[in-house]
Design a protein around this ligand. Structure first.
Ligand SMILES: [Zn+2]
Length: 652
């Protein structure tokens, strides 16, 4: 999901910075709170190892989906049926199943509607009264027999109570659901309909009942969908068919299986050209939109068939307004893929979606090279009503934006294909695990693209935001339904700032990058918990970083280091100086200190965080040869110091 718009961003910063910072006269630091041996001290299990890797008995259930759905443009409904082949790899027996019915958010009586501010917010239902699933029939097939099930529906969840027990360790059951729903125009900023000059752009997501995750941490994960908290889904293979009016173009997650039935020979030829081209190739040009020559038939309906392997979800879009372009993706292994963009005329042009395929291609190539190779062969960016929303192999971005804003939106949304689409964390409970890690990698992608054309200016703003966010009363571990809607930006910025500071100022890029990649590879297509990330980083980087995880993720502590004074050994600068520093606030970080002498000598020293394990203040010896003219803490502004006035000491 997209981060704040710049407007919200400034507004938030103003609110938070305007709360005046009262400088502390005396330190409130307590070393035993930071370096707490009891924090995260629980040992590993056979499911989750103490080193942060999946344990020898780690298990995960899976769900393969076969979906058929039809878009009825006149009634603005989607009618479908899904068959879920569910495998219970857990050791537990199951006598009921839980499914997610996310469309029920748009039922006026939903919990999400009840907890929306009267003034509305980004994730609300905007007064839509027709929303919600109509479940027309549920059955299960087990042991060759079909059973009709009367589902128990509570808000966005559906329980299927079974007249038998699904065994553990690989037993299977098929679930069949027939359903329909009215497509909301504004789908909580994640889906919906956009009315353009040449037709409606439909963005379909959360469009079929999905299995809840059953795991070894909570059992069934049944938190409702209330707006802000995103999704937690099982992995599986998807085989889906969408039937739409024949004059529409469809783009979806995964690979199109029946191009000869739904595309013209010209479009197929152009797609083949695009697969061999690093430059963008048009599949449907602007002056071809709406022409009969772009469709194999204009009358009736056409069914588009897609497949996606090992994914946690699929989404799609349909419109007769689409301009369509594409280019090749080059993967590190030598494999090739295709990046595509579909957008209405309103979004055309070099300064807008005319470059979006290149933004997508270069983002995927960068993340594949630096973190983990993108496992699928295609990706598409869609211009529509959603401000910015991610799905496997398809991202929805705002049709209104261009240039740097569009780059940042595309690279962020496709970056989510690493967190949480590849590394399958629980977004509904731990929003920082996907938004924050993704925002962190986005900065490096921005530096990489076109020699830094949209270079990372976020580091500075991230530090400002981190300072601001530390004044929030909610720590990063706060779940989305409890996080103040004013403060959820910290999932993105405070997390990214924490990871950048850990990488660049605490353990160094080499150790950080190795540990971070180890985490991605260990947990690709699995379900990590926060503890698995923290332990992997500790173990692979080789440091007990629990102090860091505590202060950044579990607390709202602030950071302030101060220089207290300088004395010379035997009152002679030539014999060296004793410099005293103090930690004023509760957060501890390493010390970066620049010392300048009268004779022009200047040196930057680094002290490990361990000095703060000793005491609240610390005196270290600096081998001065002449009088010291200044001592400056954090001279380059790498750390989120809330009071920089006490960072400098000036010699007389
Ligand atoms: Zn996001």
């Amino acid at each position: 999901m997209k981060k704040f718009t710049s407007l919200c961003f400034c507004f938030l910063a103003v609110i938070i910075f305007s709360q005046s910072v009262v400088a502390q006269d005396s330190s409130i630091y307590n070393k035993n709170e930071v370096f707490d041996p009891n924090f995260l001290s629980r040992g590993g299990t056979e499911f989750r190892s103490a080193n942060g890797a999946p344990g020898p008995k780690y298990w995960q259930n899976s769900a393969d989906y076969s979906i058929h759905a039809t878009l009825d443009e006149k009634d603005t409904t989607l009618k479908g049926n899904v068959t879920i082949n569910y495998t219970n790899n857990s050791p537990d027996q199951l006598n009921y199943l839980w499914l997610q019915l996310d469309q029920n958010l748009f039922n006026p009586s939903s919990r999400g509607a009840a907890t929306t501010l009267v003034t509305g917010d980004r994730f609300d239902v905007k007064g839509y009264t027709k929303g919600g699933y109509h479940i027309e029939g549920v059955s299960v097939i087990y042991g060759g027999k079909t059973y009709k099930i009367d589902p128990v529906i509570t808000d966005t969840r559906m329980q299927l109570r079974l007249p038998f027990t699904v065994k553990g360790n690989g037993d299977k059951i098929d679930v069949k659901v027939n359903y329909w729903f009215s497509i909301p125009q504004y789908g909580a900023d994640r889906m919906g309909r956009l009315y353009t000059k040449n037709g409606v752009v439909y963005q379909l997501a959360q469009w079929y009942p999905r299995m809840c995750v059953f795991d070894a941490v909570k059992g069934w994960n049944t938190l409702p969908y209330m707006g802000l908290g995103e999704f937690y889904c099982e992995y599986g293979n998807f085989d889906y068919y969408v039937t739409v009016p024949a004059d529409m173009i469809v783009a979806g997650s995964g690979e199109l299986q029946n191009p000869t039935q739904v595309l013209t020979s010209t479009e197929i030829k152009r797609l083949d050209e695009a697969r061999k081209s690093d430059k963008t190739v048009f599949i449907v040009k602007e002056n071809e939109v709406g022409k009969s020559s772009t469709r194999p038939t204009e009358k009736g309906m056409l069914t588009w068939h897609f497949k996606m392997h090992n994914s946690r979800d699929v989404s799609w879009t349909a419109s007769k307004a689409f301009i369509w372009d594409a280019a090749r993706i080059n993967f590190p292994s030598g494999r090739k893929g295709i990046a595509m963009a579909v957008y209405p005329e309103e979004s055309k042009g070099y300064d807008a979606y005319g470059r979006s395929t290149q933004y997508l291609k270069h983002s995927i190539e960068f993340y594949s090279k630096d973190y983990y190779e993108y496992p699928w062969n295609s990706a598409v960016v869609v211009a529509g009503v959603a401000l910015g929303m991610e799905y496997p192999g398809i991202v929805f971005c705002s049709y209104k934006i261009g240039k740097a804003n569009l780059w940042h939106d595309v690279t962020h949304e496709i970056g989510h294909n690493w967190f949480p689409m590849i590394v399958g964390s629980n977004e509904r409970s731990f929003m920082w695990m996907d938004e924050g890690m993704n925002t962190f990698i986005n900065g490096y992608a921005s530096n990489y693209f076109n020699h830094g054309e949209y270079g990372d200016t976020t580091n500075r703003s991230i530090l400002g935001m981190a300072r601001a966010m530390m004044r929030s009363k909610d720590p990063l571990m706060t779940p989305p339904e409890s996080m103040s809607l004013r403060d959820y930006g910290q999932y993105y910025f405070k997390t990214a700032a924490a990871l950048n500071i850990l990488r660049n100022s605490v353990i160094g890029p080499n150790r950080f990058d190795f540990a971070f990649r180890t985490y991605i590879h260990r947990w690709a297509f699995k379900h990590p918990q926060p503890i698995d990330f923290f332990r992997t980083m500790n173990d692979a980087a080789g440091d007990d970083l629990n102090w860091f995880w505590k202060e950044w993720f579990y607390k709202t502590w602030k950071f302030d280091q101060a220089v207290k004074g300088v004395k010379y050994v035997d009152n002679d600068p030539a014999d060296g100086a004793l410099i005293t520093i103090e930690n004023e606030q509760k957060m501890a970080l390493p010390v970066i200190v620049q010392v300048t002498e009268e004779n022009g000598k200047s040196q930057t020293l680094k002290l490990p965080v361990n000095v703060w394990q000793r005491d609240t203040d610390w005196t270290f010896k600096y081998n001065s040869t002449s009088k010291i003219t200044s001592v400056v803490l954090d001279p380059n502004g790498e750390l989120p110091d809330i009071n920089r006035k006490n960072n400098t000491w000036k010699g007389k």
